[in-house]
Design a protein around this ligand. Structure first.
Ligand SMILES: N[C@@H](CCC(=O)N[C@@H](CS)C(=O)NCC(=O)O)C(=O)O
Length: 222
């Protein structure tokens, strides 16, 4: 019997994009169920009772939560095609380190660039550019963070390319000027079907983030 794979998904979530990319890299057929975060489904509460967040991968009835853990699970289960992690333990640890760095830095700092104002925004902008420059030096002259192969760190970071227009517009900055090699890397990733089919249009994300920003401001949450 074939595998039954369901993804509790959300079009705008960079975390869900990671899982969509990994599934497409592996060529796995799956059912995507779009969640409405203002009215979460009973299935989401059931499958991710701890965080109640998307994405959740449900594989033959069993849930796996947290995007980076899901991507590694996918790589463990569907080993034969498109490996996302290197085989050497040291290289695996390095890839996990950088994926963790992306998780700790990019979402939160990036969010302050599109959602905050004044000094908070200015500080976040400086920090984000520093993080991007560090990542840029890590990718160096290689085509991907995974070297010649597209891997875990590429999957972790590339969803944030969908934020680039919003970051540039809200933060009044030019990413091509600040980190040209990172932009070149992102464009290289976008040539892969797995990536271009999983990332929404940057302008659509910009509109969505502006809506979110208004809601956050109304709740005094920026
Ligand atoms: N660390 C989680 C983050 C997932 C996350 O933040 N998901 C957001 C959507 S982008 C969510 O479901 N938010 C709903 C909530 O927190 O109630 C992962 O990597 O999967």
């Amino acid at each position: 019997m074939g595998d039954e794979v369901t993804l509790l998904d959300l079009w705008s979530s960079p975390f869900a994009m990671r899982v969509r990319i990994a599934l497409k890299e592996k060529g796995i057929d799956y059912e995507a169920r779009e969640e409405d975060l203002s009215n979460k489904s009973p299935l989401l509460f059931n499958m991710n009772p701890v965080h109640k967040q998307v994405p959740v991968l449900i594989h033959n009835g069993k849930p796996v939560c947290e995007s980076i853990i899901i991507v590694q699970y996918i790589d463990d289960v569907w080993k034969d095609k498109a490996p996302l992690l290197p085989s050497h333990p040291y290289e695996r640890a390095r890839a996990r380190f950088w994926a963790d760095y992306v998780d700790k830095k990019i979402y939160g700092t990036g969010k302050l660039v599109w959602a905050a104002t004044d000094e908070v925004q200015a500080a976040a902008k400086e920090e984000l550019i520093e993080c991007f420059k560090l990542l840029e030096s890590e990718v160096g002259e290689k085509p991907y963070f995974g070297g010649n192969t597209f891997g875990l760190v590429d999957v972790a970071l590339i969803p944030f390319y969908s934020w680039f227009y919003a970051l540039e517009t809200c933060g009044n900055l030019s990413l091509i000027d600040e980190c040209p090699k990172l932009v070149a890397w992102a464009k290289r990733c976008m040539q892969r079907d797995s990536v271009s089919k999983s990332l929404p249009d940057q302008y659509k994300i910009y509109q969505h983030l502006l809506e979110l920003k208004k809601k956050l401001e109304a709740q005094n949450k920026v």
